[in-house]
Each structure stands twice: as C-alpha cells, then as structure tokens.
Design a protein around this ligand. Sequence first.
Ligand code: 13P
Length: 244
Amino acid sequence: MTNKYIYFVANWKMFGNLKTLNSLNKVTSFVKKSKRDKFKIIYCPPATLLSPLNDILKKTSIKLGAQNSHESENYGAFTGQLNSKMLKAVGARYVILGHSENRQLGESDNLINKKINSSIKSGLKIIFCIGETLTQKRKKLTKKILSQQITQGLKKIKNKKNIIIAYEPVWSIGSGVIPKKNEIVENVNFIKDKIKGIKVLYGGSVNGKNINLLKKINNLDGFLIGGASQNSNNFIDIIKKTFN
Ligand code: 13P
C-alpha cells in the first residue's frame, strides 16, 4: 500500500468486558516498538468500556472511538442514548456511524445524516459506513446504493475533512467471504471519485489470511475490522502482515 499511513480500526461491536482490556497490553507494547508514522490504530469498544479504555490508551498513540451516537449533540430525555458530546468527554475522538448492523435496526440515511452533523459539531471524526446487501449486489445496484448512501448521509455537509468512509459490503460482514480484488478497487475508486480527497477503508471479514490480498489494493487507506480485532494477537498479525 502506497499511502502515507494505514488505518486499522477495531470495531468490537457488542463484545468485551473489563477483563478483555487486559489483553490490550500486547497491542500497546507492539505500537510502542513500531514506527508510528506507518499506521493509525483506533479502538471502538462498546460504550461501557470507553472510559476504562481511555485510561489505558491515554499514554499511547492509539485513539479511542465510539460505535454510535444519538442524533442530537444536546442533552435530553432520551433513555439509553448517548450524545456525541458525552462520547467526546470520555475520550472518544472518532465515532462509527451508519454501520449496516444499525441500518438493519432501522437507521435511515436521513437519521445518519443528522448523527454525522451533530458529531462533527461536537468535534468527533466520523467513520461513515456504507455498503450494499447481497440482493442489491446481485441486481447490480451497488453503485446506485453507494451513491445514495453518500449523497443522503452527507447532505449539507460541506467540510468533509473529518470524515472517513468505510466501505463494508453487508454480505461480507461476519461471513468470511470478501469481494474480488477488482470489485473493491472499482467501488473504492467510485467513492473517491464522488468525494475528492476522502479516505476509504475496507471492512468485512478482514483476517490474518485475506490481508495478504487486501494489502495489495493501493487505493485503500486502511481497514475496519470486527471479529479479528477482538483478539490482540490476531489484530497485531493483520497489522504486521500489511507491512510485510
Ligand atoms: P467482521 O470483520 O467481523 O466481518 O466485521 C466487519 C465490521 O462490521 C466492522 O465494522
């Protein structure tokens, strides 16, 4: 990969507890020994672990991210919700928005647009997920869907410098199957043509085996990693192989 630095974003989803955090000392010591300008690591744990993980990561170059936020940056009577201001206050610098697992629960492009807007106002950087389902792919609708998700999700957002796009084909998430190399190249180019200068990550079943293929895709700026990020050895393995 020819880019200046590569993003490795760990999305822990609804996994992990205080004990899980102990294994992260492997990652922090790996990072200390590595060349810092090669990669950027961002950990997105469940909200329950943001504060304790912030304490661990504070003295490292690893950044903290949240997995979602409410659409309002203000406080309010919204039981169970967290706004972007609260996430920022516990140390989050990034937030994942538009993840397909939340779209499947009913998040619309319009709602995601509001979330992106308010998170930007709070000073968070956005990891904005887009991607087609298998049915859409089979109907050759991928580009139409990506275009729609981008246009609606980023409506009225002029300054995109704090936005990173994660291209995550829904059918690839958790399935062990990844798109063909040329499909990723084509879809990432499509996204980069639509938004000049945007960084694009790939997400969906990234692991220690397929990274050898994925790392050859020059237009990618990094990876959004679910399952394989929960184990520190697997996560480090992916990072090491990317640069080997
Ligand atoms: P997996 O790596 O487990 O397929 O998850 C990808 C993902 O959804 C990251 O956001």
